[in-house]
Design a protein around this ligand. Structure first.
Ligand SMILES: *Cc1c(COP(=O)(O)O)cnc(C)c1O
Length: 422
């Protein structure tokens, strides 16, 4: 595989952008080799600057659930170009998107649009602290909630990929406001509430983890989360930036029939443009300025371009619920290619999944971190050389889109099979 142009661009990028990338996992540090620089995408594929074509299983890390250049999203963007891309004044579209999100996730009685998942979780935490008058938050090891200072404690995603436990630049005073507990541990959660229950403002989690690879919550864990937060007056925050409109139209909360106090969204709700949202119970969200005394703002928040792309995406998904069935079937087919292989555990929820090079089970970061990352690296390379672009990290979920047709799925399954059943 020729990557000469990409190699030249990487060298040039490294002179001006740290590591040559604008988000760490893109750099391929954990799998080695040159990261292909992408020139364009179409449907389930993208093409790099050297002319290689790949079936895309990152889908922009989740947002592109309908594939690249999905026509209704492009049309929506084109319409906005005729009226203006940002006003810094309210528009009707923002209400429409908020109403669509509330219809999908009724626990969000009110919500606010922001520009990134990081902003959404940061703002949700501030509101939770303002509302409860408490400071402590509980998060779970291996969960990633964006690069919010106080949440970069034992975080997944790029930090897991690069083996960074805690980042420089976060004062201990911030990190100390967070308790990081093992995912799926009811005992750890009970102990934390027993010891500090009256100080805990919120428990935030990925209701299905994707940022340590795909890890599912046990029913007991979910039940304990809801019961303990309720009992101690803490807020339960579902970070559905990845799972929202991905694992089901109504996200993980629909799948699990569980009503969190607050929710964050991102990724899919922007149709590939930068947008995110946080919302929750009306009594909590009424505390956000100018309605209340918790300040949060944004120059480009709710801009027509991102809102219209998001609306087109969400409305298409709403009108086509069969997409979730199709995604489920395609993901099942791909995962089946690796079933029954010794030393490989496959976790999946809907169209997000991870092949863990681990005898399993993988239910927490402690489990995930002992994966055979050298074997994952070989797996990743094997697929890339066959034109299949999987996330370049053991600790990221792969994503499917509705544009992945039978041919793409079968090609992928065959390549996986060839590696795992040589
Ligand atoms: C991607 C992600 C974020 C951060 O979103 P950005 O838009 O990258 O800031 C937060 N939480 C979860 C669960 C995510 O997957």
């Amino acid at each position: 595989m020729k990557l000469d142009q990409s190699a030249a661009l990487l060298a040039r990028a490294q002179q001006i952008i740290p590591g040559g990338v604008n988000s760490p996992v893109r750099a391929f540090r954990s799998v080695g080799g040159t990261p292909p620089f992408i020139a364009r995408g179409e449907g389930c594929r993208f093409h790099d600057v050297d002319g290689n074509t790949y079936i895309d299983y990152i889908c922009s890390w989740g947002p592109l659930i309908l594939g690249h250049r999905f026509p209704p999203v492009l049309d929506a963007i084109r319409d906005v170009l005729d009226v203006g891309t940002s006003f810094g004044a309210p528009t009707e579209r923002e209400i429409e998107l908020a109403e669509e999100i509330r219809a999908a996730a009724p626990s969000c009685e009110m919500l606010r649009l922001v520009n990134s998942g990081t902003e959404a979780t940061m703002s949700a935490l501030r509101v939770a602290r303002g509302f409860t008058g408490r400071e402590l938050t509980i998060k779970f090891e291996g969960c990633y909630h964006g690069h919010v200072d106080s949440l970069l404690v034992k975080a997944g995603s790029g930090m897991a990929t690069l083996g960074i436990a805690d980042t420089a630049g976060v004062p201990p005073g911030f990190a100390n406001t967070t308790l990081a507990l093992p995912y799926n541990s009811v005992e750890a959660l009970e102990a934390a509430f027993r010891e500090r229950g009256d100080q805990i403002a919120a428990v935030i989690l990925e209701p299905i983890a994707g940022n340590m690879g795909c890890v599912l919550p046990s029913p007991e864990f979910l039940a304990a989360l809801r019961a303990l937060t309720q009992k101690h007056g803490a807020l339960l925050i579902f970070d559905e930036v990845m799972t929202g409109f991905r694992v089901a139209f109504g996200g993980a909360q629909q799948l699990f029939q569980l009503r969190p106090d607050m929710t964050t969204f991102g990724k899919v709700i922007g149709g590939g443009l930068p947008i995110a949202a946080y919302g929750g119970r009306a009594d909590i969200m009424s505390r956000v300025a100018p309605a209340g005394n918790v300040y949060q703002a944004g120059t480009l928040s709710g801009n027509p371009l991102a809102v219209s792309a998001g609306l087109a995406m969400v409305r298409h998904l709403k009108a086509h619920p069969e997409i979730y069935t199709q995604l489920n079937e395609a993901a099942t087919r791909i995962c089946a290619a690796g079933e029954g292989v010794e030393g490989v555990t496959i976790n999946r929820c809907g169209s997000m999944f991870t092949f863990f090079f681990h005898p399993g089970p993988v239910n927490s970061w402690d489990d995930a971190k002992s994966c055979d990352t050298a074997r994952f690296r070989d797996f990743h390379r094997h697929l890339l050389e066959r034109g299949i672009y999987f996330p370049p990290s053991q600790y990221e979920a792969a994503f499917l889109s509705a544009a992945h047709d039978a041919e793409a799925v079968e090609t992928t399954a065959a390549a996986i099979s060839a590696f795992l059943h040589p």
